[in-house]
Design a binder for this molecule. Sequence first.
Ligand code: LLP
Length: 434
Amino acid sequence: MKTLSDNLSVSSAGTLLFAGHDTLALAQKYGTPLYLMDEQRIRRNCRTYVNAFKNAFGDRGMPLYAGKAAAFKRIYQIVREEGLGIDVVSAGEIHTALQAGFPLENAYFHSNNKTDADIAYAMECGVGYFVVDNREELDAIDAAAQKAGIRQKLLLRLTPGIDPHTYEAISTGKVDSKFGTAIETGQAEQLVRYALGLRGIELTGFHCHVGSLVFGEDVYQRTADIMLAFIADMQAKYGYTAQQFDIGGGYGVRYTDDDPQLDIARKIAEVAAHMKAAAARLGITLPKILMEPGRSIVADAGLTLYTAGSVKRITGYKNYLSIDGGMTDNPRYALYGSRYTVYAAGRMNETPDLLCDVVGRCCESGDIIQPNVTLPAGVGRGDIIAVCTTGAYNYSMASNYNRLPRPPIVMLDGDRDYVAVRRESLADLTANDL
Ligand code: LLP
């Protein structure tokens, strides 16, 4: 049978295998809901970026893992071993990376609203670079750095005015975005001029991020054209040479068979060639190039297992299959209408002939994991249900709504399975209640 990704297969007994492991056995061993992560797939995805960057830019390029896609200690260790830097967005992510022993000189601290406490914490921890959203924030960082007696390296986040044609909620590069400072309005130039006069900071270069789940052919080429033209302009006007240009994250992944398969290595090679030509045309040296993939590092390394509850057949209307998790562990359909591939893990060889909405257990009608799924008609209470491609923005966006404990993360590595994040207990749920 055809499966979505090559870390999915079907055993001779008709059960779903993930990274070579029997999902029914894993559900039995660890309970459900259960996040699984394929460690070798994470490593392979990291290597795709690391090698593509090496081939394209030598030591003048580096991919950063965007931890917002999935942040826990083990993932930072893996990413470190694979030679990526990181993009962090909060004191919590910095703390997690630090706990994992990640060298923070290769950390880039984003966020459109860093608090004074965040800024102080990040400086105390030795975060290498700040990515600054706006002028007020720049002032706050400059003041904190002067107080700490350091010169904080930073990039300015700019909005190039690109619409990557992805979901509105995750599109960020347009001029009217809440993120960054716009090139088009002249405010980016003013910010550069201003930054160059500050004593507490060192302006290392520029950042932009146009959106997430990007499949568009030339989105990064168009982005690079605008950003490199800006960089050349700043050089001509102020004699300022940007050392780094971070083009953000965003490559899309396959959630269903309808999604295209991106050849990321080829994409990076094409973008790199485009950037080099643009730099030559503009008469500038290409800065060190950074990129911040999140989803494309971890999404297809993840799979969630649930246990089915009731199947409700509303005569003449529709069918619902309830599972023992929901928008608490995967809010993406509820938030974005995201598509997913769903299997009945023990019935892979049966004909899928029951049309149903797979819904969660939260007290909310919008708690849908995926509508209009076809599963074998025999599916019912006790069946294991697998939702694929859940490695990105599932655990990291999980909540305790309805006081549901968050599932554990179990890593699969060759023959080995091990817990990277333990299951929350009922006691964890009241741990902060006084
Ligand atoms: N860099 C910046 C500045 C970002 O804002 C993001 C994602 C990334 C990198 C990583 O983008 P990726 O490679 O993962 O597409 N929760 C949404 C996605 C939000 C993306 C936020 N920023 C979802 O579940 O689809």
